[in-house]
Design a binder for this molecule. Structure first.
Ligand code: FAD
Length: 407
């Protein structure tokens, strides 16, 4: 679908594609999957040195001033490596969104620029043991104390808990206020006293040092408050655009990788005297996957265009996250089916990609939460009316108003 992109966008996409092909040894991917390596820092350092982190951000902070379409295309390329490196790659652009749009000049110089250069390793700490979906029900507190805030509480499932230099942390700064007016966002350096209490054994997305963080009277300078006090709602809403759009784009890459491995396999593997791609049942599984992948990519592209246009992209971004991740799950699953038993072994990477892809339906807002958002925005749009479109209800064969009984 190269026709979606301008020559400049393709050039950057291909630069990232080359990086993924040439700069990422399979041995590292394996070490992360087996847990010998519990950090994506090495990858971030390389990507930062190559200048491919934070493509969308202003050049003065180390970005390239490019658009969402380019960043989404780049993310698809990194997605072929799976969710762990995909997450490592895009984290600077997720936490960077908060700093670039809401942070102070000092925060941009001290944290954003070195993060986009790959010199600082970052993580986001939103989810709590008591729940991730109910984000504004968080219980981690931030209590003012002179020119500091004191953070108490826990966050879990934080990728990079093991060794990130700093965390973007959301905490209740006014627990009595309405949920959307009760939280603030902070830059918390590990050295302020953040403790790690558990590194999880995961089904997939391994090697990212995903853990539980404990904040026990952690003192954070007032200068590390991002945006307005109690103003985290706006930051959260904005951060969810890169978070969800890039989950979607990464899933495209993971699905594509599995589909390509399975396609090539089908042209070599023989059964009943012929290669299995000659069986329509196999070819049609692949055809379904190709169509699903292209449809998902088109939706991601539309969502990126909406973000570039500066419109409220929340609904289409949620749709892209839901559709791309669910399509990816089906595509990787079908790829395994095409490969037969060998696909279920670690001789091929399909089983790892399957384990990785499963997470994409859960994280960055579960797909049920995506549905909540989609239906909310849809009802708002339809019930607002006034779009001058034809009301096809009037075209019914027998539009008998007396029969339209609602209660
Ligand atoms: C490997 C991994 C890495 C992660 N990385 C990070 C990270 O770096 N930083 C971070 O902050 N978080 C991270 N997460 C957390 C992730 O975003 C959450 O797991 C996710 O948002 C779901 O929250 P939960 O696990 O608490 O599930 P819950 O919120 O308890 O949800 C459980 C189930 O209930 C459903 N549900 C909940 N509320 C509703 C509702 N209102 N309507 C319909 N259904 C609902 C959910 O869809 C889900 O099916 C990661 C998680 C994992 C597993």
């Amino acid at each position: 679908m190269d026709f979606l992109y301008s020559p400049e966008q393709l050039k950057v996409r291909d630069e990232v594609r080359r990086f993924v092909k040439e700069q990422v040894p399979s041995s590292k991917v394996r070490e992360m999957d087996t847990g010998e390596l519990e950090s994506g820092r090495w990858f971030i350092e390389k990507a930062g040195a190559a200048g491919i982190l934070g493509l969308r951000f202003p050049q003065e902070y180390g970005g390239r001033g490019l658009d969402w379409v380019t960043e989404v295309a780049a993310m698809e390329e990194v997605g072929v490596l799976g969710t762990s490196l995909g997450c490592a790659y895009i984290m600077p652009a997720i936490v960077g969104e908060a700093l670039a749009l809401f942070g102070s000049e000092e925060q941009k110089r001290k944290y954003l620029a070195p993060t986009l250069a790959g010199r600082l390793y970052s993580a986001e700490a939103l989810t709590e043991p008591r729940g991730g979906s109910d984000f504004f029900g968080a219980t981690t507190t931030a209590t003012p104390d002179g020119d500091h805030f004191v953070l108490d509480g826990q966050k879990r499932f934080v990728v990079g808990a093991q060794d990130s230099d700093w965390f973007l942390v959301y905490a209740k700064s006014d627990p009595q206020a309405k949920p959307h007016e009760s939280m603030s966002c902070f830059i918390v350096e590990r050295d302020f006293g953040v403790e790690v209490q558990n590194i999880y054994q995961l089904m997939g997305t391994r090697g990212g040092g995903t853990g539980r963080l404990v904040f026990n009277q952690v003192r954070v300078p007032g200068a590390n408050l991002v945006g307005q006090l109690h103003g985290a709602y706006a930051i959260f809403n904005r951060m969810m655009v890169p978070e969800r759009l890039h989950s979607a784009a990464g899933a495209l890459g993971t699905a594509r990788a599995a589909l390509e491995v399975a396609t090539r396999y089908s042209t070599r593997r023989k059964a009943f005297g012929q290669t299995i791609n000659n069986f329509q049942a196999v070819g049609f599984m692949l055809a379904d996957s190709v169509a699903a992948l292209d449809a998902a990519r088109a939706l991601c592209h539309a969502a990126a265009l909406a973000a570039d246009a500066g419109t409220d992209a929340r609904r289409i971004v949620s749709e892209a996250k839901k559709v791309a991740t669910e399509s990816a799950w089906q595509i990787v699953n079908q790829a395994m089916q095409v490969m037969g038993g060998i696909g279920y072994t670690s001789v091929y990477p399909i089983e790892r990609l399957l384990r990785d892809t499963r997470l994409s339906l859960i994280w960055t807002g579960s797909n049920q939460v995506m549905n909540l958002l989609i239906q909310h925005e849809w009802f708002k749009q339809v019930m607002k009316g006034g779009d001058d479109a034809r009301d096809v209800e009037d075209d019914a064969l027998t539009p008998d108003e007396a029969e339209k009984v609602f209660e």
